[in-house]
Write a protein of this length. Structure first.
Length: 615
């Protein structure tokens, strides 16, 4: 079969690959390049987000589905959907630069005793002579003060030379009794680790000084597995439907983390040889994919992971490019859908050791919720879907440059802000919540979620939103930005269908909260503090969240934003062995509530489907 040359242009960069004509551009881009392309439905031709522009060359005919999902304006500009387009010769395509994502890196302040698992001990060994013929390893173990030390064979090979290089002055790098490596001289001042929060959408890596506990630098990017679907189910399906799918996704995330480690090391002028430990937090599926474990059973009843306890491996075995003996550990998960990221967030919020009755909400591609205090924890995961990450919203985008992140009606005009004040490219979660709140406030959406026509608006409404009401694909919609102001010249709308998606997502999270409250035997007003974690939670307007019924009104003044709490938890586990033990305790003791079989959840879901009516 003829091979075609495919050029993929991203910003100033170009990736060149060859392919035959029977693979879609989506497959070619995701399988043969490291480029990330939006593909919430995982390449099934349903979401309409995998847009690219064919700059030159011949491709397959436009499909009916593309005509449904793309506007005329887009089709005229050569926009196509990558998963429905096949090369028919040499082609050049351009995709949007996804790496301009604005990712929440910072988390809560922490104050933990710095006592990491991985420590360095400098010793000067007694020199051997005829009266003291102890072997090299015993001599080292004796100097370290214990007989139980062990080390990998590869390190043992180096030991004789290392000991003799600086007159028996060496530094042992050890994870408890396991000697990771032995270095010549006193290197105790250089002890570093990497903590990683692997989100389904974004990945953040932190470079940590294990002597001081300080975060030296952080790197972030969109999860490069994103091209295989927005949510964990799409990723799992990919592993089930493609031979080598697990390995492909594993390599994508490990390569991404390795390149982050290289960047962090270069920027901080810290040698990769001095990074001895890596801690990973993420949802249960992300943990499976990082370790190359088959996640298939998480997707089907009764949702069973391969392993959910904390797991420690040699970093080298997982493919990390740090010293071969270094350890990599995956923090424990609670269930198939409440993962190590929530355990880490619970750790960093501190809610598990205080008396305050606390609620932790992390809204990402799922909405995970933890409720309780030192007396016990309940948790659940709501299948909120990725509406708040923009995936199921017509003009929704993640938190990227140009995303509309806040919306208001000022002087009867819709005003908005965008990330980095760039031209609007779409609307992200916090903007979506604001628009929804605005539509409710102006009476343009009723409590059932129906969008009203212009002639149905109340004359008594305090805001005049009528000029913005329009139609799209025969359904009511509101215009947020007209075409003259957008990057692609197309008006940006929120449609009736979008409102339904938001309604389902907010009902799911609100019902999850109420189900846990009921299970706890307490009342919603008994909650003392609400921690909002994650990027979306950090930017959301609290009033808007309450206005749409995402969070009960009684909790509005109790909300505290804690940023990337999962990342902070991963850092804490790296610098404190006590915190690792706490993670294990949280994962073991938290009671998981399965919502899919919970009658309370079903009732609450129906109750919360309505939007609150303004008083
Ligand atoms: S339509 Fe192509 S990935 Fe969804």
């Amino acid at each position: 079969m003829n091979q075609h040359s495919i050029s993929v242009l991203v910003g100033d960069g170009e990736h060149k690959v060859t392919s035959n004509a029977d693979r879609s551009l989506h497959r070619i881009i995701t399988e043969d390049t490291d480029t990330v392309i939006d593909a919430p439905c995982g390449g099934k031709g349903k979401c309409g987000k995998c847009k690219l522009i064919v700059e030159s060359g011949k491709v397959s005919e436009i499909t009916d589905q593309e005509r449904r999902l793309l506007s005329e304006h887009e089709l005229e500009r050569g926009v196509r959907l990558a998963c429905l387009t096949y090369p028919r010769g040499d082609v050049e395509v351009r995709i949007r630069e996804n790496s301009r994502a604005h990712i929440m890196v910072s988390g809560v302040e922490y104050d933990a005793e710095v006592l990491p698992n991985v420590r360095k001990t400098h010793v000067v060994l007694e020199k051997p002579d005829l009266a003291d013929q102890r072997d090299d390893f015993t001599r080292l173990k004796d100097a370290l003060g214990g007989a139980n030390y062990h080390m990998p064979l590869k390190e043992l090979y180096q030991l004789p030379a290392t000991l003799r290089m600086d007159n028996y002055s060496v530094t042992a790098v050890h994870d408890r009794n396991y000697i990771i490596t032995v270095e010549t001289g006193d290197t105790t001042g250089k002890n570093y680790g990497i903590a990683v929060d692997i989100g389904t959408t974004t990945v953040v890596a932190y470079l940590i000084d294990l002597n001081t506990g300080k975060t030296l630098d952080a790197a972030s990017g969109l999860n490069t597995q994103k091209s295989h679907g927005q949510d964990v189910i799409s990723r799992i399906n990919y592993t089930l439907q493609h031979d080598g799918g697990i390995e492909h996704l594993r390599k994508r995330i490990i390569n991404q983390i390795n390149s982050m480690i290289w960047d962090l090391s270069e920027n901080s002028k810290i040698a990769i040889e001095n990074i001895y430990s890596i801690a990973l937090a993420g949802n249960t599926t992300m943990m499976h994919l990082a370790a190359g474990l088959p996640p298939g059973n998480i997707a089907t009843v009764p949702f069973i992971p391969v392993a959910q306890n904390r797991m420690t491996f040699l970093a080298d075995d997982l493919g990390f490019g740090i010293p071969k003996g270094a350890s990599a550990y995956l923090l424990p998960s609670i269930s198939g859908y409440v993962g190590a990221d929530i355990v880490a967030a619970t750790l960093s919020s501190g809610l598990y050791f205080g008396d305050a009755f606390s609620l932790l909400i992390d809204i990402g591609t799922n909405g995970e919720i933890v409720l309780g205090n030192r007396d016990g924890l309940l948790c659940c995961s709501t299948a909120a879907g990725p509406a708040f990450e923009g995936a199921t919203i017509k003009h929704g985008v993640g938190g990227i440059t140009g995303a509309i992140n806040s919306v208001k009606l000022e002087d009867q005009k819709i005003t908005y802000t965008t990330i980095t004040d760039s031209r609007p490219v779409g609307i992200c979660g916090s903007g979506i919540v604001d628009v929804m709140a605005l539509l409710l406030q102006c009476g343009a959406v009723d409590d059932t979620g129906r969008m009203l026509g212009k002639d149905e608006l109340s004359e008594n409404s305090s805001c005049d939103i009528a000029p913005y009401l329009t139609e799209s694909d025969d359904q009511p919609a509101v215009t947020l930005v007209d075409g003259a102001q957008t990057e692609n010249g197309e008006a940006m709308l929120l449609t009736q269908k979008d409102v339904r998606e938001i309604q389902l997502a907010k009902a799911s999270i609100a019902a999850g909260i109420m189900t846990l409250v009921k299970r706890s035997g307490k009342q919603i007003q008994d909650i003392d503090v609400v921690y909002l974690a994650g990027g979306f939670g950090s930017f959301i307007d609290k009033k808007s969240a309450v206005r749409i019924g995402l969070i009960p009104a009684v909790l509005e003044d109790k909300i505290q934003v804690i940023g990337n709490a999962a990342g902070t938890g991963a850092v804490l586990s790296l610098i404190s062995e006590a915190c690792i033990a706490e993670c294990d305790r949280i994962a073991k003791n938290a009671e998981y509530v399965e919502l899919s079989s919970s009658p309370e959840f079903q009732d609450e879901y129906v109750n919360n489907m309505f939007f609150p009516i303004d008083d």
